[in-house]
Design a binder for this molecule. Structure first.
Ligand code: ADP
Ligand code: MG
Length: 725
């Protein structure tokens, strides 16, 4: 499989008493045949000066028995067919040279039977040897005469003559002849009957229809299909063995032929030369077009010629001097064919029904496996079937509640459910985007920023300046008409954010999470930067503190161990009796070293402890800074948010420079009070954007509220002062 092979070309010489020994010589290699022409016979035989030729083929079969011919020519091709390789064996040569004898053989003598009956025998023998496979055999017998197709088995009672002419059809499975009867044969004998039926029809047709049987091509096809009985494999292999008895290759001189003979000769010459062209093209890897359709012969054999199949050519020649011209021509054809390479490949197919069955089986097994896993993991029984509408609707509602913040988390059940959750997220998101856009469209005339014609029209009308801002509104705030920086595609988050910044104040404010992101990048960027900086310092100090603590613990452990070792030494010393020198205790070196070590450890312990104390103070201090910053960030955001989206018109003037009220001093509760839901959402926002741990949330919430109250009082005082002035 996959390796390239040459077409095998053999030559078989018909036995004769009049063998031209002087002209035809075989070499000892059994492959080479040399032809020598005498000078006088050369005249009128060939037009060039050449008198000697040498042809090297795969084997020269001289005086070869039918047995030997089969062994040499066909055996391998047939056995390969059982493995899924297509095979084609063709007999080529002039009329009377022994093509039919080689292919079919003498039907009246078993010993002289040809390749065809032997191939059928081999197929059935091999099937017997392979009880592991279910192998079916079908046969058909086609004759091509003057470019018309004939079914040589149509005379069988259950076939009947075809109403419509046969046609050659191509489909992904290969080429087949529509209208040609194909017969299932379960044993050798049935197959032989079919062969004889066909042979008889060949002879009868030559009489009744005035057909010259040597002018037609006959193709006997054995179709093999093998499936494993042991493996429930959906794969199976198919193959075809084409046994082709070609029409006589002799050239019929135009002068000698007329009428029917001329017509036959033309068809034969054409089809044989098309056959040669097709096979040569197949052997040329650079060629992508193979001229199969030029004639019926090559078209019918399209998937069995060269290419991916095993191909064998038997060239039948006469050994007589009188036929030397045709012999030369046949040998030339053979040596050209021998050069052609093919790449035999298995015809593997898939049984869709069996595949579905196997997959269903596997699916059921996997479900069982999952159920076992679930029970081992103490999970409640999970359903792995596709979701129905109700389940999908439930997930949709979960996603909505999750987005609103009323659902804390979505429990994971299985992969299918996770996929559906993502699906629903996408749906909800796109719905929201559409809603936002349609709300905007109801309020404003949105002009695509890339729609230059529309923009210039608006500019001409004097409504907006070149940047898309409304004329007379330096900060881009105004009412009525807006140019949305949408670029056709609605809903890109970054773009809709931009719209809130650049454009007129929308009647629907952005959600707090969105606005908070904006705020952090714009107005609150500085404080946000400081906040983040402080936080990273805090984290760094915390990390150091924890490392120091670990070190201290390690030192402590070592101190304990050293103390224990010392105690041991001491008790040993006491047991052995103490040595004293002028009131000084004498200790050994080991004990001495332990004492030194303990001293050193205690020193380390003290230093580290000091460090830790310092670090803790720093942590506390940084924590305080971070808290302050967070507080400021949230308070200022709140103020900015309300000023930007909720300040009533009559207060706008007061907010302007010189208007008495400093921005950031607006009483939030007075201007607008957040609904309960908004408060909740904001609480969540703090939790997600400022991940200090859930514990801190209520703390910050309380702080914010207090600050709001504080601001309110301050602002009221400010307002009163402004009024008094
Ligand atoms: P083709 O089919 O090429 O026209 P045939 O196979 O019909 O030729 O052979 C013509 C005659 O020669 C037949 O009577 C056949 O029995 C005989 N013949 C051909 N080859 C051999 C052979 N190898 N041994 C014996 N008889 C042969
Ligand atoms: Mg014949």
């Amino acid at each position: 499989m996959g390796s390239r092979k040459k077409v095998h070309a053999f030559v078989r010489v018909r036995p004769t008493d009049d063998f031209a020994h002087e002209m035809i010589k075989y070499r000892d290699d059994n492959k080479t045949i040399d032809i020598h022409l005498k000078k006088d016979t050369r005249r009128g035989v060939v037009n060039n000066q050449q008198t000697d030729w040498s042809f090297k083929l795969d084997r020269v079969l001289h005086d070869a028995s039918q047995d030997l011919v089969y062994e040499t020519v066909a055996k391998d091709v047939v056995s390969q067919a059982l493995n899924g390789f297509n095979g084609t064996i063709m007999c080529y040569g002039q009329t009377g040279a022994g093509k039919t004898y080689t292919m079919t053989g003498a039907t009246e003598n078993y010993k002289h039977r040809g390749i065809l009956p032997r191939a059928l025998q081999q197929v059935f023998r091999m099937i017997e040897e392979r009880p592991t496979h279910a192998i079916t055999v079908r046969v058909s017998y086609l004759e091509i005469y003057n470019e018309s197709l004939f079914d040589l088995l149509s005379t069988l009672p259950y076939v009947g003559p075809s109403a419509t002419p046969m046609t050659i059809v191509e489909n992904p499975q290969g080429v087949f002849i529509k209208g040609l009867s194909v017969h299932l044969t379960s044993q050798e004998e049935d197959a032989f009957s079919l062969l004889f039926e066909g042979e008889t029809n060949r002879i009868i047709a030559s009489h009744t229809m005035n057909k010259n049987s040597s002018r037609s091509h006959c193709i006997f096809t054995i179709y093999v299909e093998a499936r494993s009985r042991t493996l429930s494999d959906e794969k199976y292999v198919t193959s075809k063995i084409n046994l082709v008895d070609l029409a006589g290759s002799e050239r019929l001189g135009k002068s000698r032929s007329e009428g029917r003979v001329l017509k036959e000769a033309t068809y034969i010459n054409k089809s044989l030369s098309f056959l040669e062209q097709a096979i040569i093209a197949l052997g040329d890897q650079k060629r992508d077009h193979i001229p199969f359709r030029q004639c019926k012969l090559t078209h019918a054999l399209k998937d069995s010629l060269g290419g991916n199949c095993n191909m064998v050519l038997v060239t039948n020649i006469y050994g007589e001097a009188a036929q030397l011209e045709e012999t030369l021509s046949s040998l030339r054809f053979a040596s050209r064919m021998k050069l052609v390479t093919t790449e035999p490949a298995i015809n593997e197919k898939y049984d869709a029904e069996r595949m579905v069955k196997n997959l269903e089986k596997e699916l059921a097994l996997l479900k069982q496996e999952l159920a076992i896993h679930d029970s081992l993991a103490n999970r409640t029984l999970v359903n792995y079937d596709p979701m129905d509408e109700i389940q999908i609707a439930e997930i949709n509602s979960q996603v909505r509640r999750y987005l609103e913040g009323t659902l804390e988390e979505i429990d994971i059940i299985n992969l299918r459910q996770i996929q559906e959750v993502f699906n629903q997220f996408r749906m909800v998101l796109s719905q929201q985007e559409q809603e936002v856009e349609s709300t905007l469209r109801r309020k404003y005339t949105l002009i695509d920023k890339n729609d230059y014609a529309a923009i210039s029209a608006v500019q001409k009308a004097g409504l907006v300046d070149a940047d898309g801002h409304l004329v007379g509104e330096p900060d881009g705030q105004g009412f009525g008409l807006g140019v949305a920086p949408f670029s056709v595609k609605p809903g890109k988050k970054s773009k809709s954010k931009k719209m809130f910044k650049e454009q007129v104040r929308p009647s629907t404010p952005p959600t707090k999470p969105v606005a908070f992101e904006d705020f952090k990048n714009e107005r609150g960027s500085e404080i946000n930067r400081i906040f983040k900086e402080n936080k990273s310092i805090l984290n760094e100090r915390r990390k150091r503190a924890s490392e120091t603590t670990q070190r201290i613990n390690a030192i402590k452990r070592e101190i304990d161990m050293t103390k224990e070792a010392l105690n041991l030494q001491k008790s040993l010393r006491e047991k052995q009796g103490e040595y004293e020198n002028k009131g000084l205790m004498i200790i050994d070196e080991e004990e001495f070293l332990l004492i030194l070590k303990l001293k050193d450890l205690k020193k380390q312990y003290r230093t580290e402890h000091q460090d830790l104390r310092d670090l803790r103070a720093e942590v506390q201090y940084c924590q305080h800074l971070v808290d302050q910053c967070r507080h400021r960030l949230l308070t200022e955001f709140d103020i900015w948010y309300n000023e930007s989206f909720f300040v009533p018109e009559d207060l706008q003037m007061a907010l302007k420079p010189g208007g008495g009220i400093r921005p950031g001093m607006m009483p939030l509760n007075k201007i607008v009070s957040l609904g309960e839901d908004d408060q909740d959402r904001f609480g969540q926002l703090q939790q997600t954007t400022l991940p200090e741990g859930p514990d801190s949330v209520s703390f910050y919430n309380a702080k914010v509220k207090m600050e709001q109250k504080h601001n309110y009082v301050k602002t009221m005082m400010g307002l009163q002062q402004a009024h008094r002035k």
